[in-house]
Design a protein around this ligand. Structure first.
Ligand code: ZN
Ligand code: ZN
Ligand code: FE
Length: 757
């Protein structure tokens, strides 16, 4: 209407502001209220379908500087993407209020925030004897606490969370209803008077409550016992990580011989004492998601060898919840903190289930009354090329959306069978679920169905399109085909590289390097070391690694020594393995010996040739231990290999295998050979991308697939490519392993639907 700002700088003005970004469920409105009141402005703030709408009226200068104040005062979990401003007619409003949400719209576009570790303000209160929440294990506010794991339904408010059964005391209610309070509409709000209680259970008996429970739990840990702790997204199992006997006991009871255990440490200084922390590592450790961060271990840190046998990395996290802070205060400063399950089952979340399933493992249970509605394992990230990259998305990271560059009807993408996660789209946003696990067990499959249904319900969408892997034997594929809904099949390695491209908001075309385990190609052949020229609709196979024989099929994946024999025989190198004769017969006759281009299999083979690992007890163990061995050497000279011209071209690794075998024969240090092999694979990535560029003229590269969890391979390949003029995309939002497949499937399906129109 008018332009009061220009005409009369001191006179009144009224502006309408639309704020876009992550501004709901993160304490944004109370902040706006406080800022407006402090500036003596009238008007209102309201949530609606697209974010937050604010109208402010008052002194023109205060009105003009309001957007800056919003950016300055934004709560830690908020992210302002844009503020659009329009002038309005002054109407004399002097009071500021929080107006009711436009409810129908918010329900359909509602976002359930991820769980968040305790914030600084709540942490201060936790240890402040003057505070009424001093040592309260459930202190929380709008900036922190449980969210996704306690929500039963939308819209997100207390009555639809597992806190519904706790009636707020008058003091909590006052805070909850006061727009100026940090706990205004903090749905899980609680205190000593009205909140859940903690207890310690031993052999089905409660042996202590509250402070006493925590104190006794700490003492048990110090004495070498295995403690089950009810965390945010499920039960965890803890032991003193400096006590080799206790760690060994846990391994035996959990039936997990080698797979590394994560650690929870008292504070950053303790982390520093056992691992080397880069700046991005510090940031990741302290981020609101509080993930497990994989870090280079320091020797002499005192952590038991059995925590991460054969590895040079430790997975470390800081305390997540107030209960963890209270426990770590007196317990040993470095605890193993691993998922509460047996072998690869889903993590236990319900008290009865946990007490029953974990009884053979845990000596005592630190439990509490707040129910976990949906399980979420701890998230895992590692630092690659200067920033965090997810390895497993769980508590704290799921279900944060990733924006796609097309909007489509809702899609459910069901992922792959290992490291399964599902993805649901709403308009142009893709919501990747928490880690579900390996769909081999009945429990995991029912968890899969539960998450798929729940994610759609929370988002208010009912997908009519299901995207799935090409692999006909995957449980996820069979589920998709039996759903009765329209299906879109996506090739596995296309999904990998598409995930990497799409999370960066790019469309391609690009060169995709998918270095992976073994996945299904378009005609049922086994792929896994692929150079694809692709966009989000389709791909051509520009090149691939030389296939390697898998003597005994699946058995060759569990027993890499079989691959070593196959690789050596293929390369014409001498074979010294004592059990090689039957394998050679299989190879000669071609019985039970499929061939696969999987890059991971070449890592396995070299690992076994070096004698690192003949048999594995967890996925990718041979390759992970090979990288640990490589970490002992700075050698970066690649071995020779051949790019065999053709369409597709083939990367011949036989010269590499001959050199590796010769090095072993000459007694060269194994670390040197392992390091040179990693350099070779990075060089192979460069040579492949050059060959693809020469032919297709594309210099954008996406690196994906399980092998790119290797920091050494990823950083080596990225540096070489960038030095040669390529633009290189690596994963930052979703994992390079199969945990990112569902997101890639969703991105491709969305683009295919868009093309149909
Ligand atoms: Zn807080
Ligand atoms: Zn209370
Ligand atoms: Fe894969």
């Amino acid at each position: 209407m008018q332009a009061p700002l220009e005409r009369n700088p001191a006179g009144p003005a009224r502006h309408a502001l639309r704020v876009r970004g992550t501004v709901q469920g993160v304490g944004f409105r109370p902040m706006v209220y406080r800022v407006a009141r402090a500036a003596r402005l009238g008007g209102f703030v309201r949530n609606d379908a697209e974010g937050v709408v604010i109208e402010i009226e008052g002194d023109a200068r205060a009105v003009a500087s309001f957007p800056d104040a919003l950016r300055r005062e934004a709560p830690p979990l908020a992210r302002i993407d844009a503020i659009e401003i329009e002038e309005r007619a002054v109407c004399g409003e002097v009071e500021f209020r929080i107006a009711a949400s436009v409810s129908v719209a918010t329900a359909t576009r509602a976002i359930i925030p991820a769980d968040t570790a305790i914030c600084e303000a709540c942490l201060r209160e936790l240890f402040d004897p003057e505070d009424r929440r001093f040592r309260h294990p459930f202190v929380t506010c709008t900036d922190c606490g449980p969210r996704y794991t306690i929500v039963r339904d939308v819209p997100y408010d207390r009555s639809r969370t597992t806190m519904a059964s706790f009636a707020m005391c008058p003091e909590c209610r006052t805070e909850y209803e006061d727009p100026a309070d940090r706990r205004f509409h903090a749905e899980p709000i609680a205190c000593h008077a009205c909140g859940p209680r903690v207890a310690l259970v031993v052999r089905g008996e409660c042996v202590g409550e509250g402070e006493e429970a925590i104190a006794r739990a700490s003492a048990l840990l110090a004495g070498g016992a295995v403690l089950a702790v009810k965390g945010l997204g499920g039960y965890q199992l803890a032991v003193d990580a400096r006590d080799d006997g206790a760690v060994g006991l846990l391994r035996e009871r959990k039936r997990r011989p080698h797979k590394p255990f994560a650690l929870m440490v008292r504070d950053v200084d303790t982390a520093e004492a056992i691992a080397r922390l880069s700046e991005p590592a510090r940031e990741a450790l302290a981020s609101p998601a509080r993930p497990i961060v994989l870090l280079p271990a320091r020797s002499g840190g005192g952590v038991a060898w059995s925590v991460a046998p054969g590895l040079s990395e430790l997975g470390i996290m800081l305390p997540t919840t107030p209960l963890h802070h209270l426990l770590l205060e007196r317990a040993p400063a470095v605890l193993v903190m691993t998922s509460g399950n047996v072998a690869d089952e889903p993590i236990a979340k319900d008290d009865d289930d946990a007490l029953q399933r974990l009884e053979p493992i845990a000596d005592a249970f630190l439990v509490h009354e707040r129910a976990i509605h949906t399980r979420a394992d701890d998230s895992v990230v590692r630092i690659v090329a200067g920033a965090a990259q997810p390895v497993r998305r769980g508590r704290g990271l799921a279900p944060d959306p990733v924006r796609l560059d097309v909007a489509s009807e809702p899609i459910l993408a069901v992922g792959a069978d290992l490291k399964n996660a599902v993805c649901v789209t709403r308009e142009d946003e893709a919501f990747l679920s928490q880690h579900i696990g390996d769909l081999g067990s009945l429990d995991a499959r029912s968890f899969f169905e539960e998450v798929a249904a729940r994610l759609g319900r929370l988002l208010g969408v009912e997908p009519q399109v299901v995207a799935h892997d090409l692999h006909p034997e995957y449980a996820s594929t069979r589920w998709a085909l039996a759903s009765g809904l329209r299906t879109i099949a996506v090739q596995h390695h296309h999904a990998h590289v598409a995930a990497c491209l799409a999370e960066h908001g790019r469309r391609g075309p690009a060169v995709g390097v998918a270095f992976d385990g073994t996945g299904c190609g378009p005609s049922g052949d086994l792929w896994g070391g692929e150079i694809l020229v692709f966009d989000l609709l389709g791909f051509v196979r520009a090149g691939h690694l030389r296939p390697i024989a898998l003597p005994g099929g699946e058995a060759a994946i569990r027993e890499p020594w079989r691959l070593a024999v196959a690789a050596l025989a293929d390369a014409g190198a001498p074979i010294e393995h004592p059990a090689s004769a039957p394998i050679l017969r299989l190879l000669e006759r071609g019985i039970a010996t499929p061939r696969a281009t999987g890059a991971g299999r070449w890592f396995d083979a070299v690992s076994a040739i070096l004698g690192v690992r003949d048999r594995i007890t967890y996925e990718a163990q041979a390759a992970i231990e090979l990288e640990a061995l490589a970490a002992t050497s700075d050698e970066d000279t690649p071995y020779p290999f051949v790019v065999e011209d053709g369409d597709p071209f083939e990367l011949d690794l036989r010269p590499v295998v001959r050199e590796v075998a010769a090095g072993v024969g000459r007694g060269e240090p194994r670390g040197t050979i392992a390091a040179r092999f990693h350099a070779t694979m990075a060089e192979i990535v460069l040579a492949s991308c050059r060959a693809a560029r020469a032919r297709y003229g594309i210099d954008l590269v996406a690196l994906s697939g399980g092998c790119f969890q290797s920091v050494r391979l990823t950083e080596g390949a990225k540096a070489r490519l960038e030095a040669d003029g390529f633009e290189v995309l690596v994963h930052r939002r979703v994992p390079p392993n199969d945990g990112g497949i569902a997101f890639g499937q969703a991105a491709i399906a969305a683009h295919r639907l868009e093309k149909e129109g």
